[in-house]
Design a protein around this ligand. Structure first.
Ligand SMILES: Cc1cc2nc3c(=O)[nH]c(=O)nc-3n(C[C@H](O)[C@H](O)[C@H](O)COP(=O)(O)OP(=O)(O)OC[C@H]3O[C@@H](n4cnc5c(N)ncnc54)[C@H](O)[C@@H]3O)c2cc1C
Length: 434
């Protein structure tokens, strides 16, 4: 019977190396308050080391230069990298560039257009260009992309794009934007939306501002990690900037988001574990009201609950990854939806408890917890708000049931049926007064 929770020893060795590399080489950089360009400079030798070990951009299929690891191993790897926001950057799989490279790869596979690799995909993977993913609009509900209003109209050998987007992460520092737009309003949105590569210098691309947000309320325009509001006004791009076939926007989005969610959830678990470690350390160090915090039941409950929740989220996520490896992303939709909201909630709760355990120090910027908390809050919104994923799971669950006026477990009704079923023996038992 195949039922195995072990990591093969060779991969465990790689993970052990990654853990030490994160702790010794990457964590210290977090404290230096470097600009993005400064970070890029200081991590160069680390990126070279990752390349030497063959772990660079490992998320891609092997034919595209990835490691062909499969989702379970990638998940375990992301759990380690996710402990620090810098991990993915050092390992060549930071969002949104990694997801966008995957999108381009899927589009390339669908059309056989290999020029895409040289033009955009390889430069993205090599870190030579940066990208943004421009789907969400300020005036339509991002949770339901069927409502998208940005249009792409074919005009000879060109597509003309019009619309307003926001929350395009890295939009103001990107070289290319991947834009989702309605290319055929006469069919169902699932078949009528497409994705396009829009180089930022194209006439009509107007980056209006970076949106001040919880991760940076006093935002300074043009910094890595900002979220741009962008107006696309009569933006003309050549027909070959369409990714995949016309109408494949939703299919591409699914292909990008499925594995991406496994990686997100595992990175969240890496963050949760780090917050948990901080919480345990503090509880053993802080003395108040006659005892250490670790001896107070409330703190013990937080530790025990956090550990159980993290373990549950980890098993759920690895099972979803395993299923994805076995039967693909589409057949694993429900498992992937489930880990999205469960994982985001676990991260939020564990970081919240850790902050509370630290009191004022936890709230202060002297600890990494306040930044982790702000990031955790966003996780419940991006990648589809949690409520939408809950809806997917609930709808799936409900498919297994039918309405019943009298509940099927209604005891008097069942008793009557049981009496009929066992009438003979019941008569005998009554006669014998048993
Ligand atoms: C940090 C961050 C980074 C982001 N980066 C990008 C990016 O790079 N590119 C991009 O295109 N977008 C990005 N987004 C946008 C993100 O994808 C959207 O915010 C998300 O899809 C939700 O869309 P919305 O904000 O329009 O909320 P709405 O669709 O207006 O939803 C608002 C709320 O309504 C509720 N809701 C919605 N549907 C249901 C339902 N079926 N049942 C019950 N309640 C429901 C939920 O509570 C939801 O939070 C980012 C967002 C954040 C916070």
């Amino acid at each position: 019977m195949a039922w195995d929770f072990e990591t093969e020893p060779e991969f465990e060795e790689q993970l052990a190396w990654m853990r030490e590399f994160m702790r010794e080489e990457i964590f210290p950089i977090e404290t230096l308050r470097l600009s993005y360009d400064g970070i890029l400079e200081i991590i160069k030798p680390l990126q070279d080391e990752v390349r030497r070990r063959g772990l660079w951009a490992a998320h891609l299929p092997s034919e595209l230069g990835g490691m062909g690891f499969g989702q379970v191993r990638l998940g375990l790897m992301h759990e380690v990298l996710g402990q620090s926001g810098l991990g993915p950057l050092v390992f060549g799989n930071n969002a949104p560039d990694s997801g966008n490279a995957e999108l381009l790869a899927v589009g390339m596979e669908m059309t056989g257009r290999h020029d895409i690799r040289e033009r955009w995909m390889q430069p993205l993977l090599d870190g030579k260009i940066r990208s943004g993913f421009s789907m969400t609009e300020p005036h339509t509900a991002g949770s339901d992309p069927r409502l998208l209003e940005t249009t792409a109209v074919k005009d000879g050998d060109e597509w003309v794009i019009n619309g307003r987007k926001w929350y395009t992460t890295n939009g103001s520092v990107a070289d290319i934007l991947i834009v989702m737009a309605v290319s055929n309003p006469d069919v169902h949105p699932y078949q009528g939306s497409s994705m396009f590569v829009v180089p930022v210098g194209t006439a009509g691309v107007k980056i209006l501002r970076d949106v001040g947000a919880m991760d940076d309320p006093q935002v300074v325009y043009g910094r890595f990690g900002n979220h741009a509001e962008i107006l696309y006004e009569d933006v003309r791009i050549p027909a070959d900037h369409l990714i995949g076939p016309e109408g494949s926007g939703f299919m591409l989005a699914q292909a990008r988001l499925g594995p991406g969610r496994i990686h997100h959830c595992m990175r969240w678990l890496g963050q949760s574990q780090r917050a948990f470690d901080m919480m345990c350390e503090r509880s053993l160090s802080r003395f108040t009201h006659g005892s250490l915090l670790s001896e107070k039941q409330t703190i013990q409950n937080w530790i025990a609950d956090s550990m159980a929740e993290m373990n549950a989220a980890r098993l759920m996520t690895l099972q979803a990854a395993w299923k994805m490896d076995k039967v693909g992303a589409s057949a694993s939709r429900v498992e992937i939806a489930m880990i999205k909201y469960y994982g985001a909630t676990v991260l939020h709760n564990v970081v919240d408890r850790a902050i509370q355990t630290y009191g004022s120090l936890g709230y202060s910027a002297d600890m990494p917890l306040e930044a982790m908390y702000r990031a955790a809050r966003a996780a419940r919104i991006y990648d589809g708000p949690d409520e939408v994923h809950r809806q997917t799971v609930a709808r799936h669950a409900l498919k297994g049931y039918t309405a019943s006026e009298i509940p099927t477990q209604h005891i008097p009704t069942r008793r009557e049926a049981a009496r009929e079923k066992f009438a003979g023996i019941l008569e005998f038992l009554e006669a014998e007064q048993v």
